[in-house]
Design a protein around this ligand. Structure first.
Ligand code: CP
Length: 308
């Protein structure tokens, strides 16, 4: 049984195969109405549980549509309405759900909840985001980079802002897909040393540069995310805004990267905080391709989990 829990715990060969599959499935659907099924129906007769303990637009809709395109059915479950972790143990929920459904996707707070679900489920489990990582997003981002610029191997990716869970998965991807990674942000919001260490252990260049202008020199891709994540306390907002303002991705900063550099943001965004609307809607931006590719990349992940 194959769980998709994180990019650093999945083999580079399997990640590559999933991205290739995502490209192929996207190409095969070109011009089709979104509600039509794929020609290939590998999830026919399969039921997928989509569990959300945090809000979601992209993850919820893209998984739901993706499963249906592959011939399966979904049930969307809200963490609040379940007994998850309070009425019963995570392990018991995992065992029970495994008797009803063929696959579980979970978005939760603590990484431990995901790991316990995977340990005790007898069906594949997919990480739809935890406080620590967001691997499905970065699979879509790799697909997006490649469809615009070809292989990401050897390219320079710069993360500007908060070294959060999305940044963590980007660092894992740097190691697995072989691209260089520079983090630029305040020291208090540095990515965890473990994540930096993983990428370095794979032989790619990993840098931390406090000066955003220096960081983006020769960048092929600039990425940012919200300054306050879903799990951060509201009380942190003002301090974070003050700390992160110098790392806003605006047209001046974009102009210091390579002329053909791309801009990514996983969305939702706070326009004119972490990135200006001029950049988000400008010629370097591929943010809506990223959002679309959640659908295609996750279909590849679903197929991989089920061995199809
Ligand atoms: N990027 C992302 O995961 O979006 P949602 O929170 O809307 O699912």
């Amino acid at each position: 049984m194959k769980h998709f829990l994180d990019i650093h715990t999945t083999s580079a060969a399997d990640l590559r195969a999933m991205i290739d599959s995502a490209h192929a499935m996207k190409t095969a659907r070109q011009g089709r109405p979104k509600g039509t099924p794929d020609d290939d129906q590998p999830l026919k007769g399969h039921m997928v549980a989509l569990i959300f303990e945090k809000p979601s637009t992209r993850t919820r809709v893209s998984f739901d549509v993706g499963v249906r395109q592959l011939g399966g059915e979904t049930m969307v479950l809200s963490g609040k309405e379940m007994q998850l972790g309070h009425g019963e143990t995570i392990a018991d929920t995992a065992r029970v759900l495994s008797r009803y459904v063929d696959l579980i996707m979970i978005r939760t707070f603590e990484e431990q909840t995901l790991l316990e679900m995977a340990e005790h489920a007898t069906v594949p489990v997919i990480n739809g985001l935890t406080n620590r990582t967001h691997p499905c997003q970065i699979m879509a981002d790799i697909q997006t980079y490649e469809e615009h610029r070809g292989s990401i191997a050897g390219k320079k990716v710069v993360w500007a802002g908060d070294g959060n869970n999305v940044c963590a998965s980007f660092l894992h991807a740097a190691g697995q897909f072989g691209f260089d990674f520079t983090f630029t942000g305040p020291q208090t919001l540095d990515p965890e040393p473990e994540w930096l260490g993983f990428a370095r252990s794979k032989g790619v260049s990993v840098a931390v540069e406090r000066d955003p202008a220096k960081a983006v020199a020769d960048a092929d891709l600039i990425v940012t995310d919200t300054w306050v994540s879903m799990h951060d306390p509201e009380s942190a907002k003002e301090r974070r805004h003050n700390q992160l303002r110098p790392y806003q991705v605006n047209e001046d900063l974009m102009a210091k990267a390579k002329p053909d550099a791309l801009f990514m943001h996983c969305l939702p965004a706070h326009r004119n905080d972490e990135a200006t609307s001029a950049v988000m809607d400008g010629p370097h931006s591929v943010i809506f391709d990223e959002a679309e590719n959640r659908l295609h990349a996750q279909k590849a992940i679903l197929r991989w989990c089920l061995g199809r």
